[in-house]
Design a protein around this ligand. Structure first.
Ligand SMILES: *Cc1c(COP(=O)(O)O)cnc(C)c1O
Length: 367
C-alpha cells in the first residue's frame, strides 16, 4: 500500500468537473489578474468569516508582511511569536525591520505558551503574532487580555487554521488582522500560490490593499510605493470552486483524527494530539510524538507510508536566527520535541483502511 502525505490528486479527481469548469471560465474571460473571480472570492471569504474586508494577495507570507508593514511595525520594534512554526511567521517580522521574539510552545497543544508571553513584553513590543499551528487554536483569552493590557496588536497567522474555532468564534476574527495561506497543501489550497488578509479595520484594509497593488488603489495614482502581491484569477476561481467543500473536508479531517485515536490507542510509544478545550481543531496536521522517531519514520516509508516533520528545527535555533543567540534552554519544549514529533497523513480523502494500515505498521515497528 502506498499512502502519500497529502493527496491533492485524489481531491482533484473528486471535484474535477467543477475545477475544470472554473479554470475554463477564467481563460474564456481572460480574467487573469483582478476581475470578477478575485472580487467574488474576497467577498465570499469575508462573508464566511463575518468580517468587513478580505484583501487577496499572492501568498500567506505576503499577507503577514503586508499587515505588519501597514501597521507601521518596523526598525526598533519587536513582535512576539512562537518558536515552533514555519519561517513565514518570523521572516515577515524581520522583513519589516522589526525583531522576532520567540516563545516556547505549549507542551500539550504545540501552539505558543501563553503563560510565557508577558515576561517577554518590552517597551519595543508592538504586536503578538499567534500561529494557530496544525489547526489548533492558541489561547486567545489570555492573548487578547495581554494585548489590551499592553496595547499591542494581534496579528493572527491562520495559514494552518481555516475554519478552526475558539469558543465558537472562527480563527482570523480575533486580531486587528489575520493572514491566510492557500498554498496547495493547506486545508483550502489553490493550484499555485495564493493568500489573503482579513480585517474589520477600514483604514488598515485600505492601506493593505493599496500597498499590495503598487501603492495605488486607482491605476497610476500611486500614493505610496508598494509591492506587487496579487491573487491570480485562476487561483480565485479554483478557491471559489473548492470553498463549498471546505466544511465537509474539515469534518472529515476531524473524523480521521478521531479514527486515529482508536486505531493508535494501546501503542504506548505514541503520544497523540490533544485538542484544547472549547475549541475546534481542524487538523491541518496530525502531529504525534513518538519513541525512536527517525527509525519509525524510515520504517513507515519503507512500508509505503509518507510522513513529515513539522518542524525539524525550531525557528529560534535555525542558522537564520543565530544572530539572536537563542539557547536550546530558552525554548526547551520545542527543543525537546523536535526529535520526537512525527506528522501522520490526515487529509480528508484518507480511508479508514489506510489508517488501519498505518496503525498496524506502527504497532509492528514497536513489536
Ligand atoms: C504555509 C504557512 C505560511 C505561509 O504561507 P505561503 O502561502 O506559503 O506563503 C505562513 N505561516 C504558516 C504557519 C504556514 O504554515
Amino acid at each position: 500500500m502506498h499512502i502519500p502525505f497529502v493527496d491533492i490528486q485524489q481531491q482533484y479527481q473528486n471535484i474535477k468537473q467543477e475545477i475544470d469548469a472554473a479554470i475554463a471560465s477564467v481563460i474564456a474571460e481572460t480574467a487573469f489578474i483582478g476581475g470578477k473571480y478575485v472580487q467574488e472570492f474576497e467577498q465570499t471569504f469575508a462573508k464566511l468569516h463575518g468580517v468587513k474586508h478580505c484583501i487577496s494577495c499572492a501568498n500567506g507570507t505576503d499577507a503577514l508582511y503586508i499587515i505588519m508593514k501597514m501597521l507601521c511595525i518596523g526598525h526598533g520594534d519587536e513582535v512576539i511569536t512562537v518558536a515552533n512554526s514555519w519561517i513565514s511567521s518570523s521572516e515577515t517580522i524581520s522583513q519589516t525591520g522589526a525583531t522576532p521574539v520567540f516563545i516556547d510552545c505549549d507542551a500539550n497543544y504545540y501552539s505558543i505558551n501563553e503563560n510565557l508571553i508577558e515576561a517577554k513584553i518590552t517597551i519595543k513590543t508592538k504586536a503578538i503574532l499567534p500561529v494557530h499551528l496544525q489547526g489548533q487554536m492558541c489561547n486567545m483569552d489570555v492573548i487578547i487580555a495581554l494585548a489590551k493590557k499592553h496595547q499591542l496588536h494581534i496579528v493572527e497567522d491562520c495559514a494552518q487554521s481555516h475554519l478552526s474555532e475558539y469558543g465558537g468564534q472562527l480563527a482570523g476574527t480575533f486580531g486587528i488582522a489575520s493572514a491566510f495561506s492557500f498554498y496547495p497543501g493547506k486545508n483550502l489550497g489553490a493550484y499555485g500560490d495564493a493568500g489573503c488578509i482579513l480585517t474589520n479595520d477600514d483604514a488598515l484594509a485600505e492601506k493593505c490593499r493599496m500597498y499590495a497593488r503598487h501603492g495605488a488603489l486607482i491605476k497610476h495614482q500611486h500614493k505610496i510605493e508598494g509591492i506587487n502581491s496579487r491573487m491570480d484569477g485562476l487561483q480565485a476561481a479554483i478557491l471559489l470552486a473548492k470553498l463549498p467543500h471546505l466544511s465537509k473536508w474539515t469534518e472529515q479531517r476531524i473524523a480521521n483524527a478521531e479514527y486515529y485515536s482508536q486505531a493508535l490507542s494501546g501503542i504506548k510509544e505514541i503520544v497523540m494530539p490533544v485538542v484544547r478545550p472549547n475549541t475546534k481543531h481542524t487538523f491541518h496536521l496530525y502531529v504525534t510524538r513518538c519513541k525512536q522517531r527517525d527509525a519509525l519514520k524510515a520504517y513507515l516509508k519503507d512500508k509505503g507510508v509518507e510522513t513529515a516533520i513539522h518542524y525539524p528545527t525550531p525557528l529560534a535555533l535555525l542558522p537564520a536566527y543565530q544572530y539572536l543567540q537563542y539557547q536550546p534552554t530558552d525554548i526547551s519544549i520545542c527543543n525537546q520535541y523536535q526529535h520526537q514529533i512525527l506528522s501522520l497523513p490526515i487529509y480528508p480523502e484518507l480511508t479508514n483502511e489506510q489508517m488501519d494500515y498505518i496503525a498496524a505498521t506502527i504497532k509492528t515497528f514497536y513489536e
